[in-house]
Design a protein around this ligand. Structure first.
Ligand SMILES: [Zn+2]
Length: 458
């Protein structure tokens, strides 16, 4: 079968009509800047450039979904949080919108047509839709309400509120939800699909009970609203999610985008009959640090694990690709999926077992629960004098700084996985694993975050 456009492929797969290959979404974020040779910060403040970069990346690699995205902080920023955008790295949260829980009731939902850079993101969405919307789904990143809430007040404070002042935490989540609902509406008014990502709802960050009480209600409302407007929803949550898979399904999402911490084979058995699965090649150890050979082996592993998932599979990276991911590795992901074809025949996956244990960085060797080899957590705040904030502000910001797990084999020190640091312990969670702090155990979100696939991929 000749190569289909992503829209044709999605339509045919949804209709059970077969296709040329499985859908494939290497989750390209700011790597798009490299495709057109501009700096990462330029994408954040120039709608035309952002659209051009994402369209050019799609044309370069031929994947199945475009996502308009710069970083996770745009909604919180539109409500008053301060974001620092280094010249050529993904932006990060510098200060939450409020410094004290007592200020929660001063927060107002954002107006996506006016506040922060949300209008720019919407303009970029419209430009990308005009350029290639007839052939590929174009989505726009929508950060989940709980994650927005944590950026509004700081992760540490939100943790404290959840434990000691749940009603205040709920009011915070509610005002965050209102912003996300307005942004979802604006995205759909523009003709796009919201791409829902909720990093701080990860089970490496909060307990399933906290998820159920503080994150699930907002997600459910959001998904219901998006469904009401005729769009499907992919929900991406980073890091560990197995304890909350049934709750993620309970949000009503049509597709779960899972990180490399998850076993797709287990997910297939647990929830594959209810939702489509998307994932989960390691964005750093394989996509950034690996070779085309490694990438191909990892793709084959993913397809061997869940290529027969009842509701379908989208081959993807587990999270947003680090900015400096080699182009040849992105191409290798698409090539591997093309070679495997459709329908997937397990006999088409001979390398999976033959190569087990022989490929550097293969997930056959990297324990899913271990961190990326040779990486060291580094503060996202270099303390460099180029920031627009005072030292006092920065010192405060460090309390909830998102830490990045640098993979350091390429020049970009800000690749995929991050951590929220210096946060208080939460009794009883996580039950095992690294550290006693709920926020210490690899939040594994990238500022470079994915956002998952939208309607066409679902
Ligand atoms: Zn992620």
């Amino acid at each position: 079968m000749a190569e289909l456009t992503p829209n044709e492929r999605a339509r045919r797969l949804a209709a059970g009509a077969g296709a040329d290959r499985l859908p494939c979404v290497p989750i390209v974020g700011n790597t798009a800047a490299r495709v057109i040779g501009c700096r990462v910060r330029e994408l954040r403040y120039d709608a035309a450039l952002l659209a051009n970069a994402q369209v050019a990346a799609y044309r370069e690699f031929g994947y199945d979904n475009i996502r308009i995205f710069t970083d996770l902080y745009t909604s919180a920023e539109a409500m008053g949080a301060k974001v620092y955008a280094p010249a050529d790295e993904t932006a990060y949260l510098a200060l939450p919108a409020i410094q004290e829980p007592g200020q929660i009731d001063t927060l107002r939902p954002a107006d996506p047509q006016r506040d922060g850079i949300l209008p720019l993101q919407l303009e970029a969405l419209r430009r990308a839709l005009d350029a290639v919307g007839d052939e590929v789904p174009v989505t726009a990143a929508l950060t989940g309400p709980f994650t927005v809430a944590s950026f509004l007040v700081g992760a540490e404070t939100l943790t404290r509120l959840v434990l000691r002042a749940p009603s205040a935490a709920r009011r915070l989540c509610d005002v965050a939800l209102e912003t996300t609902l307005r942004l979802a509406a604006a995205i759909m008014d523009s003709g796009g699909t919201p791409s829902l990502t909720d990093a701080m709802s990860s089970s490496t960050v909060i307990s399933p009970r906290t998820f159920e009480q503080f994150s699930l209600p907002g997600l459910r409302t959001l998904v219901e609203y998006i469904h009401g407007r005729g769009k499907k929803v992919t929900l991406h949550i980073c890091g560990k999610t197995q304890p909350i898979w049934p709750l993620m399904v309970a949000t009503g999402a049509d597709c779960l985008s899972l990180d490399n911490d998850a076993s797709l084979a287990t997910a297939k058995t647990a929830v594959g009959d209810r939702v489509k699965l998307m994932g989960n090649v390691h964005p750093a150890a394989v996509m950034l640090q690996g070779t085309p050979l490694t990438v191909r082996a990892a793709v084959r592993e993913v397809v061997a694990a869940a290529g027969d998932s009842p509701k379908g599979l989208i081959v993807a990276s587990g999270c947003s690709l680090p900015t400096e991911t080699p182009f040849e590795n992105i191409r290798a992901m698409l090539d591997a999926v093309r070679e495997i074809g459709f329908p997937v025949n397990r006999e088409n996956l001979p390398e999976t077992h033959a190569l087990a244990g022989k490929i550097p960085n293969s997930k056959f060797q990297v324990n899913r629960n271990t961190q990326i080899p040779n990486s060291k957590p580094t503060l996202n705040y270099p303390g460099a004098p180029r920031h627009p904030f005072t030292e006092g502000e920065l010192a405060h910001a460090r309390k909830f700084a998102v830490r990045e797990e640098s993979t350091r084999t390429h020049t970009n020190p800000f690749p995929t996985c991050s951590r929220v640091s210096d946060s208080p312990s939460v009794k009883g969670w996580p039950r095992s694993g690294r550290g006693s702090s709920a926020f210490d155990a690899a939040a594994h979100e990238t500022p470079n975050h994915p956002g998952a696939a939208g309607e066409g991929a679902v």
